[in-house]
Design a protein around this ligand. Structure first.
Ligand code: PGA
Length: 246
């Protein structure tokens, strides 16, 4: 494992190895603190990691029953049932298979009339639990983290944001018909930097530019992922295709 600033960076052979490695780190963290506040990314990247976590829970290698779960982000306008929603994805890949109760879960309601209130409720939930213990993130093609888009203010907690053109375009992959994506609601970089353990996964050639910016070791606002260079306990697992070869 290479150490860049205080980041643990590891290149794995393929998607499966990357997914397993991320799952193992999450298992280690939750076993250390069974009553963790966990925040999991949705998207194409985390599916394998969630599969390993569900398997591990079924094999009694990990017990999520004392954890709470907070939502990471949503496209504004989507309900929890809508295709493409973060809640729907995590529900399908994680909450339902593990029968996790609703009273342990707090997610943004991105179809609310009062999004500011949704941000406040998310922040209070995180604060009530003394911050996020385990945070799993993917990386956008444009280097975004959740919906913290290029040039976002890194001092923000939960907020509503105008989506970057790349996010609007790439985000279409989560929908069967063209979706009107304009704004997002997301936890902020500040909360990510304060998370006890942050795990980032990225696979495929399309993530190379973002990973390359991150590997410069500086917080470059154009690539929100690079702000994680300021994190004190961050693990980045990428596959060979996402790793820039110098
Ligand atoms: P993906 O999305 O996992 O579907 O590639 C990552 C992201 O946009 O954060």
């Amino acid at each position: 494992m290479n150490e860049i600033s205080n980041i643990h960076y590891q290149v794995l052979n393929d998607y499966d190895e990357m997914s397993r490695q991320a799952a193992e780190k999450i298992i280690e963290q939750v076993n250390t603190k069974p009553a963790s506040l966990v925040c999991l990314a949705a998207g194409g990247t985390p599916t394998g990691t969630l599969k390993y976590l569900v398997e591990a829970a079924r094999n009694k290698e990990i017990d999520f029953s004392q954890c709470h779960f907070v939502g990471l982000d949503e496209f504004v306008g989507l309900s929890w049932e809508d295709e493409g929603s973060c809640y729907r994805y995590i529900n399908e890949h994680f909450f339902t298979p593990l029968a996790i109760f609703h009273d342990r879960i707090h997610f943004f309601k991105a179809d609310s009339d009062d999004l500011q209130k949704e941000c406040e409720k998310n922040d209070s939930f995180i604060q009530k639990h003394d911050g996020i213990d385990v945070l799993l993130l993917g990386v956008g093609v444009n280097g975004h983290l959740a919906l913290n888009e290029p040039y976002v203010n890194r001092e923000l907690n939960s907020h509503v944001i105008n989506l970057d053109e790349t996010t609007k375009r790439v985000g279409q992959k989560y929908f069967s018909q063209e979706a009107k994506l304009e704004k997002g609601i997301t936890i902020g970089l500040k909360q990510m930097l304060e998370a006890e353990t942050t795990i980032v996964i990225a696979n495929g050639e399309v993530k190379k530019e973002a990973i390359s910016a991150f590997l410069k070791g500086e917080a470059d606002e154009k690539y929100p992922v690079s702000v994680l260079n300021l994190h004190e306990n961050c693990y980045v697992f990428v596959d060979k295709e996402a790793h820039p070869v110098s």
